[in-house]
Design a protein around this ligand. Structure first.
Ligand code: ZN
Length: 481
């Protein structure tokens, strides 16, 4: 396939492209779902094609085809060049800058011990049905839905600069959700093998069978939980929950194309701008946020991005101050960077690469601190596990989050479950109130498989890593006021 990519790149150069890249992708998605004691979905689809991207007279052109022959690739090249020429003619003031990158010739492969696609569908469905059976065995549980999702992305990428990259990325996840109903009220609880770039061993290592009854029992307990109090509380957020707050209030806010107004179509821009690097107080001094697409299990780790830039580790926030943005080769200049940090990805062969969130991490606390010690140190608070609904404004500044499960903390002890908890804050106030993070032993990656961005929308995957962390005096109240 690299040969076909090189051929397309050569064709583009001969038509006058100053830069060209061609990317073949073979993507397989397998999704298995069970509802109660029946199979509710078996989906297994493959998609393969080539996307060609060119720069002509300072403008981008892109085209793609699912036909992997030389004449079809050449047709896509001609179309991409034509689109770039018409774009150049209509171009307004924005000048295209293209950051340098050495031409890498390399291969990258997700470390996989057990290929999830080689495990028989019957075995996977069997596990899901058994999980449902155990959860449904808990009195009061009326529904249980479980699913597994495996994704393989095999990519060949060649550029006119001489880069030749092959990557093979495998992602695995599974989730079980139990529902309890009482009259007109329904409450849920879920258990997830968080999305990771890893093989089926991830599913086997997650204690679904052992934990199914606990998940069911917590769904039932959730029904009769006390309502959320109103006021200001100290929040202890577990990684399974905090990952989403990080995604929305740090991740999208530090995408450079969004911050400079280049890509606002789907969900707006950002309150953070590159001129504020080193000046904007994002959070408390213990807030260190590091992007890392070299993290082996991270869902955004693929060796090299679709700009053919080597994946890297770099700062987004350092000691509470804004330190950088996630960028592409054509946006790096906007933060005076000589090199892109490798955060440009497309969700398929038919999509043009755009700036996407890297894996990134809230660095763990340096002093030894367990979750139990953190709870013991909290007088009046709420512990939140899992993701729920959320909303955030178009500048990523003013937000509200729910969660999956909540426990009251009174005088250093868990004091029963709460329901309908929401909290809201301004991004910089929220991160400014961060005052404790558990240490590295409790730090874990949480994957996101459904991040939407762009127009037409693309769906990307990435991971956010953290340990349990505490935020002081955050506004909380019941969702059902
Ligand atoms: Zn997103």
């Amino acid at each position: 396939m690299l040969e076909l990519c090189r051929h397309a790149v050569g064709a583009a150069r001969s038509l006058g492209a100053d830069y060209a890249d061609a990317r073949v992708m073979e993507i397989r998605n397998q999704h298995l779902a069970t509802e109660d004691q029946r199979v509710s979905g078996v989906h297994d689809a493959e998609s393969m094609g080539i996307g060609v991207r060119v720069i002509v007279a300072g403008a981008w052109g892109f085209s793609a085809t699912s036909r992997l022959t030389r004449p079809d690739a050449e047709r896509a090249v001609r179309q991409a060049v034509e689109i770039a020429r018409s774009g150049a003619a209509a171009r307004a003031t924005r000048e295209l800058h293209w950051a340098d990158e050495p031409p890498h010739v390399a291969e990258y492969r997700t470390p996989v011990r057990k290929d999830p696609f080689a495990v028989p569908v019957e075995d996977k469905i069997g596990l899901l049905l058994e999980v449902n059976k155990r959860a449904l065995g808990v009195k009061g549980v009326t529904k249980c839905y479980s699913h597994m999702h495996f994704r393989r992305q095999h990519r060949w990428l060649a550029t006119s600069e001489g880069a030749a990259i092959e990557s093979d990325v495998c992602t695995s996840t599974a989730c079980c959700t139990a529902t309890a109903v009482n009259g007109t009220t329904a409450k849920q609880r879920y258990l997830e093998a968080t999305p990771c770039n890893i093989g089926y061993e991830h599913i086997e290592q997650t204690p679904f069978l052992e934990e199914a009854e606990r998940v069911g029992a917590e769904a039932v307990e959730h029904l009769s939980a006390k309502s959320c109090p109103s006021g200001q509380k100290d929040l202890i957020l577990l990684p399974s929950h905090l990952a989403l707050t990080m995604h929305e209030s740090i991740g999208h806010a530090t995408e450079l194309d969004r911050a400079i107004g280049m890509e606002e179509s789907l969900a707006g821009s950002s309150f953070a701008t590159p001129d504020q690097i080193g000046k904007l107080k994002y959070g408390s001094p213990m807030m260190n946020v590091v992007a890392d697409n070299t993290l082996p299990v991270g869902c955004a780790s693929m060796g090299f991005d679709d700009d053919a830039v080597e994946c890297q580790r770099y700062d987004l926030v350092r000691e509470g101050m804004l330190a950088g943005f996630m960028c592409s080769r054509d946006t790096a200049h906007a933060m005076d960077a000589a090199r892109s940090n490798g955060s440009c990805r497309a969700d398929s062969w038919g999509s043009i690469p755009i700036v996407r969130q890297s894996n990134f991490s809230l660095e763990p606390g340096e002093a030894p601190l367990t979750l139990e010690e953190l709870i013991a140190d909290t007088k009046d608070g709420i512990l939140i596990d899992g993701m729920g609904s959320f909303s955030i404004d178009q500048k990523r500044y003013n937000f509200q989050f729910g969660g999956d499960c909540f426990w009251e903390i009174k005088n250093g002890k868990l004091a029963g479950m709460l329901k309908d908890v929401t909290y809201w804050a301004i991004t910089t106030d929220f991160w400014g109130s961060l005052d404790a993070i558990c240490d590295r032993r409790f730090w874990e990656p949480i994957g996101v498989m459904n991040c939407g961005k762009g127009d037409p929308m693309q769906i990307a995957q990435m991971s956010h890593c953290t340990a349990p962390a505490r935020f002081r005096q955050i506004n909380v109240g019941p969702a059902n006021r």
